[in-house]
Design a protein. Structure first.
Length: 54
């Protein structure tokens, strides 16, 4: 499934992989694999590190 969001926290919470796009032209800037167990804890250090990286 592909989901588009502008909310970084939502992307980390729901995804196993986040694709970061460049503004123009719309090219892939970076692909981040999210290695967190489910259910995800938004207050964990690892979750916060992913959120800050993205």
């Amino acid at each position: 499934m592909i989901m588009v969001t502008h909310d970084v926290e939502e992307a980390v919470y729901m995804s196993s992989k986040v694709i970061i796009m460049e503004p123009r032209p719309g090219r892939v800037k970076e692909i981040v694999d999210i290695d967190l167990p489910y259910p995800r804890d938004r207050t964990s250090d690892k979750f916060i590190n992913y959120r800050n990286k993205i």
